[in-house]
Design a protein around this ligand. Structure first.
Ligand code: ASP
Length: 582
């Protein structure tokens, strides 16, 4: 027997009992006549004590030869602690050690196994198994586990069935590059790893397996950032005989269930916002609605006053930063530098200070007199003390830049409380998006998304105006999930591939199986998928999904612990009929 209890279990009413614990040496304090060891396992920390007179002197010798992260087994008596530690669940007791066995040694770890560790990112990734010993990491994975269990519980209670779909498939277009896997048995041919199980879940609906879900790995070869990994996890779902509102209601229920069970929060408001509205008021299709600072358009009001920048702009649009009229020259210069960064992309920033004394100070007061500026302030509903920040240029990039500035101001003014959760559904996305580079339309969601019935006839005449029967769930500026009501007939699906510029041969080769399935009584269906890693990070109050994945990849898509990707042997290449250039 390695242990009678774990390291998080003993309490004051265990005092007097003989126990055996096993775990890692978290910390040792040696005061000569007394030695304390913090013993740690997955469940917590328990203090061990060696006291002259109470513990055998040979034990002192032994303990002085062990170090951090040694794995030991200790047997002794549970005793009430003289100095209790209220921060530790086991803080009322300690174990007076009678026997101690070293189960395994440890080299000195390359970083401290503490919540606030001294280890940098790369080092922690290389020694991820040590990183995982830290309480924060363990708690993150516990949160993930609970989210998974609660997701299954909710979906099961709603009669969803969990079905696995294959991983070696062929391309499912979700807008990223595929990871491909060569097939030894079919020389020169490749599988693609699923960017999502999209086509399979639709085939399940055609197979009559209404209400499918799967917590599933998806693979997308795209540039990485804090909230992206080449392999990530989705809660993937599909239902038959549903409208948009049925799907929204069911999955709003899932998110509410998770908030309730995991964070004890009752979140009731899930407003619906159209894509157009989101873009014109927040400049983003994933608006953070924890704070206002909504966009105000001034285009008409400000043109015709010889200020070239505004006169030539397609749009002049701004936000109001409440109480920021007191910003110094330096602060305003910093904001200007911020919007000029290549990632933000604006050329300059116009400000108007609505001073406390009723006067106005602006970077453009050469062109606009006080009366005019007062008029602008009126449109913004700005009062004394407020600051207006205005950008201008082409509509799309200008709105995007202003959205970034708005989020930045939200940070500056501490308006983004991580404990405050504000979900919303963004609906009525455009079905197609014009891509300048390839001079053709792309599906904004994916090619299986249906159009809103009232827009369908525009698919030939003005495809860019067709709205999709699609929806995204956004929480605090993060796109948490997205889905759509699907096309379920061959003719419309073919038309969609046409609109996307596929030749009928390409359509047949890539999606013939689906079009064929549509011939055999495909039910109307729709679904959604949630980014599970993002959902965990959001619930955990973090921006980085890596902290919620046991073994993530770094920014170059590498697993630095197992050193992958890596070369394969010449024999393997030969078997796969692959010749490398170098
Ligand atoms: N397959 C889609 C995605 O991965 C989700 C969906 O349409 O259900 O974004």
């Amino acid at each position: 027997m390695y242990r009678s209890h774990n390291c998080g279990e003993l309490r004051i009413n265990d005092a007097g009992n003989q126990v055996t614990l096993s775990g890692w040496v978290h910390k040792i304090r040696d005061k000569g006549g007394m030695i304390w060891i913090d013993l740690r396992d997955r469940f917590g920390i328990t203090q061990l004590i060696l006291e002259e007179g109470k513990s055998d002197s040979s034990l002192f010798e032994k303990v002085r030869n062990i170090g951090r992260e040694y794995v030991i087994q200790a047997t002794g008596e549970v005793a009430e602690r003289y100095a209790k530690n209220p921060n530790l669940e086991t803080g009322d007791i300690e174990i007076i050690v009678k026997e101690l066995v070293v189960l395994n040694k440890s080299e000195t770890p390359p970083f401290t196994i503490e919540n606030e560790t001294d280890g940098g990112d790369e080092l922690r990734m290389k020694y991820r198994y040590l990183d995982l010993r830290r309480e924060v990491m363990r708690n993150n994975l516990m949160l993930r586990h609970k989210m998974m269990q609660q997701t299954r519980r909710y979906l099961d209670s709603k009669s969803f069935i969990e079905i696995e779909t294959p991983v070696l498939i062929k391309s499912t277009p979700e807008g990223a590059r595929d990871f491909v896997v060569p097939s030894r048995m079919n020389p020169g041919e490749f599988y693609a790893l699923p960017q999502s199980p999209q086509t399979f879940k639709q085939l399940l609906m055609i197979g009559g397996l209404d209400k499918y879900y799967q917590i599933v790995k998806c693979f997308r070869d795209e540039d990485l950032r804090a909230d992206r990994q080449p392999e990530f996890t989705q809660i993937d779902c599909e239902m038959s005989f549903v409208t948009r509102d049925d799907v929204i209601e069911t999955f709003q229920g899932l998110i509410q269930h998770l908030f309730k069970e995991i964070l004890s929060l009752n979140i009731t408001e899930f407003p619906l916002m159209t894509y157009d509205n989101a873009i014109s008021t927040y400049g983003s299709d994933k608006p953070d609605i924890r704070f206002g600072m909504t966009f105000v358009e001034l285009t008409k009001l400000v043109q015709g006053f010889n200020f070239n920048v505004f006169d030539q702009a397609e749009i002049v649009v701004g936000i109001k930063a409440v109480g920021c009229a007191s910003y110094s020259r330096k602060q305003l210069d910093e904001l200007t530098d911020f919007v000029r960064r290549p990632q933000v992309g604006a050329k300059g920033l116009v400000y108007v200070k609505c001073n406390e004394d009723g006067t106005f100070k602006s970077s453009v007061d050469k062109f606009y007199n006080a009366e005019k500026l007062r008029e602008w302030a009126g449109v913004f509903n700005a009062g004394p003390g407020d600051l207006l920040l205005i950008l201008s240029g082409n509509a799309k990039p200008t709105r995007e830049s202003l959205s970034t500035l708005r989020l930045h101001m939200g940070d500056e003014l501490q308006l983004k409380n991580p404990k405050d959760f504000k979900p919303l559904w963004v609906v009525d996305f455009p079905l197609l998006e014009w891509d300048e580079e390839s001079s053709r339309y792309h599906a904004m969601h994916h090619p299986f998304t249906s159009a809103k019935p009232e827009d369908i006839e525009k698919l030939d005449s003005s495809p860019g105006e067709v709205r999709a029967n699609a929806y995204d769930l956004v929480i605090n500026g993060v796109e948490i999930g997205g889905g759509s009501i699907r096309i379920h007939d061959e003719k419309t699906q073919k038309k969609m591939f046409d609109a996307l510029g596929f030749t009928s041969e390409e359509t047949e080769a890539q999606f013939g199986f689906l079009l064929n399935a549509f011939k055999y009584g495909a039910p109307p269906h729709g679904g959604i998928a949630f980014g599970f890693d993002r959902l965990c990070a959001l619930f955990g109050g973090s921006d980085s999904i890596r902290d919620y994945i046991a073994f993530p990849k770094n920014n170059s898509g590498r697993d630095v612990m197992i050193d992958s990707p890596s070369k394969v042997s010449d024999e393997q290449l030969k078997e796969l009929s692959i010749k490398l250039d170098n």
